[in-house]
Design a protein around this ligand. Structure first.
Ligand SMILES: Nc1ncnc2c1ncn2[C@@H]1O[C@H](COP(=O)(O)OP(=O)(O)OP(=O)(O)O)[C@@H](O)[C@H]1O
Ligand SMILES: [Mg+2]
Length: 409
């Protein structure tokens, strides 16, 4: 049987689902991880699991080598952003098709991407500074405009992304970022910090699939963000309601960016705003969208993006037919303050909700969500238009009767 190696996975659901998708294509997944207990539901998948140091390229090369015998290995992939550079290096080592490690090192670093895309007229390029520590701040102090965004260059899930309204807040946040040199996967973070112009306005993402530099645009998603001064993604609507000229501008600009950075293979998820009638990139992600966006796209169009990703790794060009049947949206539940949470699963009130999931137990202390990992559940709804879907989500959320007791601990 043909095999596909997965190096680690995301923990938001699609990671474990990817194994099923591979099997549906008659491909046996082999999962490499340094910590199987990180993944809820892994045991039930009965996947051959190799435990090793997935942060060591040498170790991975040695452990993968035996699987190359017999020509059964179709490819190496991941559903986690933290390993796409590792995948590129492994593909180069084993002479497998994939994006170059040069391209991936650019897209994994927000400062490099800002520098790379800075001089193109078709884009709105925000002011930005790349600094190493607090001392570097003094030299740019007079140039800083407030409010601004301060963020690590290579983290994910909105971790440590903060809107700062004063010089003092910037200093404090830089110290905070510097206090955790490793990411959630035990990888050493890049030491640079990005300070950039705060871009006002609505935020969107675009989902694309590429194969040998042929790019397919899947669609545009409207993003809802909350919990200032943090940026927790609390909602996604697909497809976004946009005028034709905006849609065209977005699609043309995105194709140019994909070509510029030599993005050859696989999914990409690009977050952006529109400023001065130009596209302003917030972030380029060389992976499928998180936050269950692929799931709402499936509700809206029937297209299975995760399966498309697996096909691409296995050398099958994607033929995504995007026919929008309905609007679909997700509402993530993100506590806006810390406290003991209680909620109920009512008998009535959720009849218009397509899916609901709560990750927490009742009556336990939950901190205010400051990033994607602090969310406690979600609701999905579908309908014929944006307003109908929003109303269903509002009613569904209300029916859960979520309350946060601030002083109950
Ligand atoms: N320059 C900016 N102007 C306005 N908002 C911004 C800016 N940079 C980041 N944000 C907000 O912060 C959010 C998180 O930032 P960013 O995407 O860079 O972090 P991330 O950790 O890689 O996110 P994720 O992995 O969740 O996509 C963005 O989606 C956006 O809402
Ligand atoms: Mg982002």
């Amino acid at each position: 049987m043909k095999k596909l190696v997965f190096i680690e996975a995301n923990t938001s659901g699609s990671g474990m689902l990817a194994f099923e998708k591979a099997r549906q294509l008659n491909i046996e997944p082999i999962f490499f991880t340094n910590n199987p207990t990180r993944y809820k539901g892994l045991q039930e998948k009965h996947v051959q699991t190799v435990i090793c140091n997935t942060n060591s390229l040498d170790e991975l090369q040695n452990k993968i080598l035996p699987y190359l015998e017999g020509n059964d290995l179709l490819g190496i992939t991941t559903t986690s952003e933290f390993y796409i550079y590792t995948i590129a290096r492994l593909n180069e080592y084993f002479h497998l098709e994939g994006n170059s490690s040069f391209t991936i090192s650019n897209v994994r670093n927000k400062a490099k991407m800002r520098e790379l895309l800075n001089n193109y007229d078709f884009l709105y390029c925000p002011d930005f500074f790349v600094i190493e520590d607090e001392e570097d701040l003094t030299s740019i102090k007079n140039e800083l405009k407030l409010p601004c965004i301060v963020k690590p260059v290579d983290d994910s899930g909105s971790s440590l992304v903060l809107k700062c309204n004063s010089y003092g807040e910037i200093c404090q946040h830089i110290k905070h970022i510097k206090s955790s040199p490793y990411n959630s996967r035990g990888q050493k973070k890049d030491s640079s910090i990005l300070i950039e112009e705060f871009i006002e306005g609505e935020e969107y993402s675009i989902e694309c699939l590429s194969y040998k530099m042929q790019h397919h645009i899947i669609g545009i998603t409207k993003k809802i963000v909350d919990n200032e001064p943090y940026f927790v993604e609390v909602g996604h609507y697909f497809p976004a309601q946009l005028e034709n000229w905006t849609k065209q501008l977005i699609e043309q600009s995105i194709i140019q960016i994909l070509n510029l950075i030599e993005w050859q293979f696989g999914p990409s998820h690009i977050e952006f705003k529109i400023k001065a009638k130009k596209l302003c990139i917030i972030e380029f992600n060389g992976r499928l969208a998180g936050g269950m966006i692929p799931e709402i796209i499936k509700y809206a169009t029937s297209l299975d993006l995760l399966q498309e990703q697996i096909k691409i790794v296995c050398g099958v060009p994607p033929t995504p037919e995007v026919k929008v049947k309905q609007v679909a949206a997700i509402r993530h539940l993100a506590p806006q303050k810390s406290g003991k949470i209680c909620l109920s699963f009512p008998e009535r009130g959720l009849q218009n909700i397509a899916a609901v999931k709560i990750f927490i137990k009742n009556d336990i202390f939950i901190p205010k969500a400051t990033n994607a990992y602090g969310r406690i559940g979600y609701l999905i709804a579908t309908g014929s238009n944006y307003q109908e879907v929003k109303t269903k989500l509002d009613e569904g959320e209300k029916a859960l009767k979520i309350c946060i007791k601030e002083n109950a601990f």
